[in-house]
Design a protein around this ligand. Sequence first.
Ligand SMILES: Nc1ncnc2c1ncn2[C@@H]1O[C@H](COP(=O)(O)OP(=O)(O)OP(=O)(O)O)[C@@H](O)[C@H]1O
Length: 498
Amino acid sequence: MTLTASNLRKTYGQTRAVDGVSVVLRPGIVHAIVGENGAGKSTTLRMLAGAERPDSGEMTLDDARYAPPSVIGAAALGVSLVYQEITINRSLSVAENIFIDRLRQFTGRLGLIDRRRMEGAAQTILERIGAQISVSAETGRLNLGELKCIEIARALSTDPKILLLDESTAYLDHREVQAVLRVISELKGQGMTVAFVSHHLDEVIAVADELTILKDGQFVGTYRTAEIEPHEIHRRMVGRELAKSIYPPRPAKDPGKAARGSVVLEVSDVAVGRELSNVSLDVCGGEILGLAGLKGAGAEALFAAICGDLPMRQGSMTLAGEPYAPSTPTFAWRQGVAHLPGDRNNEGLIAEFSVLDNLVMAHPPHHGPLFDRAAAIAIARDLIAQVGIKTQGVDASCRSLSGGNLQKVVIGKCLAVGPRLLLLNNPTRGVDVGARAEIYRIIRQKAAQGVAVILSSEDMSELIGMSDRLLVLRQGYVTHRIENAADVTEHDIIGHMA
Ligand SMILES: Nc1ncnc2c1ncn2[C@@H]1O[C@H](COP(=O)(O)OP(=O)(O)OP(=O)(O)O)[C@@H](O)[C@H]1O
């Protein structure tokens, strides 16, 4: 099926989210849509999938007028969307979520759902995308990557002719990304029409035949991937040439100084639930310690213990040499331990609140007992400029921000507390390449100012580019320690992860 969109426009209040975008999605062709945060990519996909109505513009599906009234209406015509944000109902099982709109197809004569048949069908789709998830699992216990796999499975379950994926790989670990890219190539081989949004150009180059670049809501152009150089894609997306490496240089070693600063956090023989066992590590001021591992390998449990979200089952910690056993996240924040969680929507911020409220929430400035709004505005403006948040203003609701800009708000919130320890879980998830370089610069700068940083990431090149030392976690244990991350390759790390 061919989906053609011409001159689409969509405005939200003062914001022209999409302004004159045209795109043609053809069978057997994988089409990437790329652009900076807030460029209009999600809005474009949402219009193609019936989740938003364009203010103007035309769409056709195989030459027939196409104006889907809803996502369900679009799915009935063969167009299926995987949203950027997680939409799983956590009170339902994996299989129920996959078939949420079509449970009736598994209902027998007595009105009972044939669970075995439904779970078998769910299992087949999950295996197809390489996801190792039990179909009867409670979704409340699953991690973000697993939830994303369920959403992709749900989109595939309607047997679509056109599949639209909005940053679906952002939540996946290395193994899952490879599996999803394989599925995309496979679907292409079967003649399916696929469009996807990604901030990772290596993924675009690996699977996309064509790409459309958007900038500030406007159409820049459509190109054949084989005929455009990566630096040219960047230049047209960002409007300037990007530096060769987006990672700032590691600080030069001063031979007169000790190899490492003083220890900020020491973790000794710590165990957390079933997810983490006998882990010992330390991180010094000025240092970035990277944590590599597949989903559920233990990094999230370790962060949860350090930020007071989960109790330790065993072991002890010290912070700046003092015994440290945080009982709540608030206690940890007050000790200068800032945590950027993997799930920005449920743990990182309150979407209904303004950008300002979210930025200063962890450490509100006050004047005596009263909230100091003037100081809060000054802090928020400074952070908006520092991290490059695209917003209508400090009082705009976070609901009006694009995904990457929401991520930048959570980063700003961490910086606002003046941390001595920064726990970063996939800090640049959904952030465009230009802004990523800026965030890396800020992280390096904080380290240079003496902050200790622990970076957990599913992006291997980010881990290698940013870390000074690296630990590899597997099934809750540290399986490998790399003293000099500058000397390591992705291949070396992956070998210790699986
Ligand atoms: N519901 C909304 N209300 C107000 N503004 C919105 C809404 N949805 C999107 N916008 C604005 O429209 C613009 C485009 O947003 P969109 O989500 O399409 O960008 P994007 O290219 O997908 O960005 P990202 O890479 O960060 O996900 C942004 O400026 C965003 O703030």
